[in-house]
Design a protein. Structure first.
Ligand SMILES: [Zn+2]
Length: 358
């Protein structure tokens, strides 16, 4: 959504020092990249939908509010829209109870039968089933989302598309204190984020202790088990208190009590923005272009891995279409530039940006 006040930046010429507060924008109201969400129910053989909290709009609104409170803390300008309930899917009752081995065939079938399944190219597609993951005949109640960077590519013969789906068991609970942030976790996977105890392809995260060893019958307190294992790893590897905190609060971990204060590192947020621009742009109202005056590479594509060096280059790229964000790395940008269309400039949480003579 574009705010009328964003027109205030039209034609502004900035010859003097402009300070950008952390995550501030040039307009009085931030312009967000809104991610459209579309949910569908898989019906059973009697054409009945699954039942549970995540079949209700109230639960979804609370979960989206929780996820967006995180997005507000992260300061990257992303927001999830409340889901559009786009109907029910008949003829897929074999997936009403979806076991682990059916995940990839399910996604492939859903996406190649869009007319029947309500698949939308312009939204984050969520399918609600009765049971999800686990062995056939004894399925679990969990959530998963495929990775847009590679998922289906690893699963011949379904390797003609990259992953782009989220699936929830209707009654999924999540870890204690994380009942609502499970949506933020699964949507984090959808944005290309990987569990923090695996190789998450992010440079600034530490490798957490494997939480799955705690999620076993006979372990009396899974939450304490996971936390204590992470504490031991922190002591062993000499993590700082700040590193320990972001590890235990990370939304891509399985740690408990994440509804209120979950976190992501700057590297995870960079990866999110890049994956969104590269694979998921059709689902949202804009993309992110990065600027870093200190980029020693060519600076020719505006991804976080090779950001533009000039704000002007970022602005030119971002204003070619509407709704985009220019994310500027810390530093002083001694340049004059013209903004001729509405655009949002943001700085990361990691430092100050100044524009003009220092
Ligand atoms: Zn996960």
């Amino acid at each position: 959504m574009k705010s009328p006040t964003s027109r205030a930046v039209n034609g502004v010429y900035l010859p003097v020092l402009v300070l950008l507060l952390l995550a501030a924008t040039l307009s009085s109201q931030a312009q967000y990249i809104e991610i459209r969400v579309s949910t569908k129910f898989i019906l059973n053989g009697s054409s009945q939908p699954p039942t549970g909290g995540y079949t209700t709009s109230n639960q979804w609104r609370q979960a989206i509010d929780t996820a967006n409170a995180g997005n507000a803390r992260f300061g990257r300008g992303f927001r999830y829209q409340y889901p559009s309930f786009d109907g029910s899917v008949n003829g897929y009752s074999q997936y009403y109870n979806l076991d682990q081995s059916e995940a990839v065939p399910f996604e492939y079938s859903i996406r190649t039968n869009a007319a029947q399944t309500g698949w939308r190219a312009d939204a984050l597609n969520v399918y609600i089933v009765n049971r999800n993951l686990g062995p056939a005949g004894n399925e679990w109640c969990a959530g998963w989302a495929s990775n847009p960077e590679d998922a289906l590519a690893n699963y011949a013969p379904y390797n003609t598309m990259n992953g782009r789906i989220a699936v929830f068991c209707a009654g999924v609970q999540g870890a204690p204190g994380s009942e609502l942030s499970i949506v933020a976790h699964e949507f984090g996977h959808h944005m290309g984020l990987i569990h923090t105890w695996a190789d998450d392809r992010v440079a600034d995260t530490v490798v957490d202790a494997d939480p799955t060893v705690c999620e076993q019958p006979g372990v009396p307190d899974w939450c304490s088990c996971k936390f204590n294992n992470t504490l031991a790893r922190a002591a062993q590897l000499g993590w700082s208190a700040a590193v320990l905190r972001v590890a235990t609060n990370n939304i891509m971990s399985y740690h408990c009590d994440n509804d209120l204060d979950f976190d992501l590192t700057e590297g995870q947020l960079d990866r999110w923005a890049d994956i969104a621009r590269r694979y998921l742009a059709s689902e949202m109202t804009g993309v992110t272009y990065f600027v870093d005056r200190n980029n020693a590479q060519g600076g020719n594509d505006g991804y976080s891995t090779n950001p533009y060096r000039l704000v002007q280059t970022g602005v030119t790229a971002a204003t070619a279409t509407s709704g985009n964000i220019v994310m500027i790395r810390p530093g002083n940008y001694d340049e004059q530039f013209t903004i001729s269309k509405p655009v949002t400039l943001r700085a990361t949480r990691s430092g100050w940006v100044t524009i003009g003579k220092p």
